[in-house]
Design a protein around this ligand. Structure first.
Ligand SMILES: Nc1ncnc2c1ncn2[C@@H]1O[C@H](COP(=O)(O)OP(=O)(O)OP(=O)(O)O)[C@@H](O)[C@H]1O
Length: 264
């Protein structure tokens, strides 16, 4: 399959996000192609979450542009980006505590039609949204929790609920911010399997994640940030061999000693 910039689903071009004097994201460009599961990685403070927020519209890029297919998103508010096909799950899980797990997902399905939380809550009366919600809970493997309240759920279920809520908006591109954080290794592996399965079913995904073992296992391609800049991109094994990536993870003083990387 040939991958040209024209065939990209998401095109991020020269995006900078500045907080006062700090460039949290510094002139970053990358593309995501239809059907990909792309890992966005980098050490703490590299700018991953800020870049995701610039894509979803939580923060506005100071410079650069963001396109989804042929539609420009750069200056659109969040709800319009969602309507055009973006969905995202946040690092911190924040379900509505007063309604059931199922209704949380039905609410998200209803939000695809309206930006008013009240109207979308009323929308959950619709059999259709509940049907969609049941299907999404099955896709993420938490159907048996459907009628329970979020407050009694373990973190592993809440993380899956967050993914189900994002999926209920039927996105073209799903952005997941550290879905595996806080899970034990077995839970992380099974949720990573679920994410890979959702991708196989046709959903294009950007995965921000510190769990490099799982990232290497399920992602087809990586983009690596450090100090706000893109320092590498490509196939996971090749990227992890690159001296600048090893130095970013080991500390800036680490020698770039990899012979494979030098001979590449
Ligand atoms: N709202 C903000 N105001 C000021 N500085 C911010 C803000 N958000 C992020 N930063 C700073 O921008 C830089 C990048 O932060 P960001 O959270 O995007 O990194 P990250 O790669 O997601 O890190 P982590 O992996 O630790 O979550 C950091 O130096 C951070 O302190």
């Amino acid at each position: 399959m040939s991958q040209t910039s024209d065939s990209a689903l998401l095109r991020v071009s020269g995006v900078t996000v500045q907080f006062g004097g700090l460039k949290a994201v510094d002139d970053v460009s990358f593309e995501v192609y239809p059907g990909e599961l792309l890992g966005l990685i980098g050490p703490n403070g590299a700018g991953k979450t800020t870049l995701m927020r610039a894509i979803t519209g939580v923060v506005t890029a100071n410079t650069g542009s963001i396109h989804l297919g042929d539609q420009e998103l750069t200056h659109l508010p969040i709800h319009q980006r969602i309507r055009k096909g973006l969905a995202f799950s946040q690092q911190l899980v924040k379900p509505f505590r007063q309604i059931s797990v199922l209704d949380n997902v039905a609410l998200a399905a209803g939000a695809a039609h309206t930006r008013s939380p009240l109207k979308s809550l009323l929308h959950t009366d619709s059999a259709h949204e509940r049907e969609v919600a049941r299907e999404m809970l099955a896709r993420v493997g938490i159907s048996r929790h459907a009628d329970q309240m979020p407050g009694i759920q373990p973190l592993g279920v809440l993380k899956r609920l967050e993914v189900a809520r994002a999926l209920a908006q039927n996105p073209k591109l799903l952005l997941l911010d550290e879905p595996l954080a806080g899970l034990n290794s077995k839970e992380a592996a099974t949720l990573a399997d679920t994410i890979a399965e959702i991708n196989r079913q046709g959903v294009t995904i950007i995965l921000i994640e510190h769990n490099l073992g799982e990232v290497m296992r399920i992602c087809q391609r990586l983009v690596v940030l450090d100090n706000g800049r893109r320092i590498a991109s490509g196939a996971p094994r090749e990227v992890m061999q690159q001296p600048q990536v090893r130095a970013a993870y080991l500390g800036t003083d680490a020698p770039a000693e990899s012979t494979e990387a030098h001979s590449a």
